[in-house]
Write a protein that binds this ligand. Structure first.
Ligand code: UT7
Length: 328
């Protein structure tokens, strides 16, 4: 059976670095609090441009790594909660900026699980034989929806984009081996953006009431994230007749270092088998997981034959895990 494999990866982090000390300068917070409660030391901010620019830079690096031109891409999937605009889709803007003249595509909204949901979608196009090259991109300009006066949320997020190329794989036992994703909309209250959609269209009132920003009950999300991300990761390992000893890398969504550590603990994995870059980028929502893949691959730590579990938890609630035997 044809499976789908990741044949290239690319990550783009905007140049501007914002350290925790920036928030100390105007908020009642400290570098020590932010590091100890979240693991974040600094994040990147896109000063000019939009999510499509993050996505395009990541896509260019991915295609360059594979050595192919944009016209070879069949389909572009963009996971994001910060599209450039409601319509056209960010995928359309990426298609145009990239010059991917033979591609169709669309956006997909699943917050911090966006990349895993998009990956599972892209895998279907490859496995069915419909497409040969699918670009799966996770990109978010989180600073565009952050209330910079809310210390509960503004310290957590950053901007970034990352992409993978999916292609058919005929090698037995390699590529994307399994995935499981979940959706539970009863979690909406704990993490959402109130206005800008059809429920509360933009008005003077929605702006004055700060309804165009992230609203999060951090404690509530923390509790369910710890259990949800670990359970789904343990499940996917078990149902593929593997044990934690067989897993070379856990690639968790980078929302909070304590959630990452707890997921690793519950899976019985040492932290030296867990990909982490939250300290340098914060939570970039759909970009966290592919950005880890790109950085660890580029530095030679992620190698062909490694068993990799990608795991996420985010707004919706959405959560999931994907099992990959790395093939490049
Ligand atoms: O990626 C999408 C999914 N999102 C997540 O997975 C995020 C999950 N949640 C979290 O990561 C954590 O809950 C936070 C990092 C958001 C907060 O950490 P916490 O340990 O859960 O803190 P808390 O919300 O319980 O707040 C503890 C105290 C509070 O003060 P009081 O009420 O005890 O006096 C907060 O007001 O810390 C206070 N606090 C801060 N203090 C200094 C909250 N933010 C800050 C801050 N600096 N930036």
């Amino acid at each position: 059976m044809t499976t789908a494999a990741i044949t290239a990866v690319g990550h783009y982090a905007p140049e501007k670095v914002v350290p925790n000390s920036y928030y100390e300068s105007y908020l009642d917070t400290t570098d020590e609090w932010i590091i100890s409660r979240t693991g974040i030391r600094e994040r990147r901010v896109l000063e000019h441009g939009a999510t499509s620019d993050l996505a395009v830079e990541a896509a260019k690096k991915t295609l360059a790594m594979r050595g192919i031109g944009p016209e070879e891409v069949d389909c572009i999937l963009v996971a994001t909660v910060t599209p450039d605009m409601f319509f056209p889709s960010t995928a359309a803007l990426v298609q145009h900026k990239l010059g991917a003249t033979n591609a169709w595509g669309f956006d997909l909204s699943a917050a911090c699980s966006g990349f895993l949901f998009a990956l599972a979608t892209g895998v279907q196009f490859i496995q069915s034989g419909v497409h040969k090259k699918v670009l799966v991109i996770g990109a978010d300009k989180m600073t565009s929806i952050m209330d910079m006066s809310d210390r509960n949320t503004c310290i957590l997020f950053g901007d970034g984009g990352a992409a993978v190329l999916l292609e058919p794989n005929e090698e037995e036992g390699y590529g994307v081996l399994d995935w499981v994703n979940y959706l539970d909309g009863s979690g909406m209250e704990a993490l959402h953006m109130k206005a800008g959609g059809s429920l509360h269209p933009a008005s003077m009132e929605t702006v004055q009431n700060k309804m165009h920003y992230i609203t999060q009950d951090g404690k509530a999300v923390f509790k369910v994230a710890v259990v949800g991300m670990a359970d789904v990761s343990i499940d996917i390992v078990k149902r593929n007749n593997l044990t934690s000893d067989d897993i070379d890398w856990l690639v968790p969504h980078q929302a909070n270092m304590r959630i990452i550590q707890s997921t690793a603990d519950r899976m019985g994995l040492d932290m030296d088998r867990v990909m982490v870059n939250i300290d340098r980028y914060g939570n970039t929502t759909a970009a966290t997981i592919p950005s880890c893949l790109a950085e660890y691959y580029e530095s030679g730590r992620l190698k062909r034959g490694d068993n990799v579990v990608l795991a996420s938890f985010g707004a919706g609630y959405t959560w999931g895990a994907t099992l990959i035997r790395w093939s490049i």
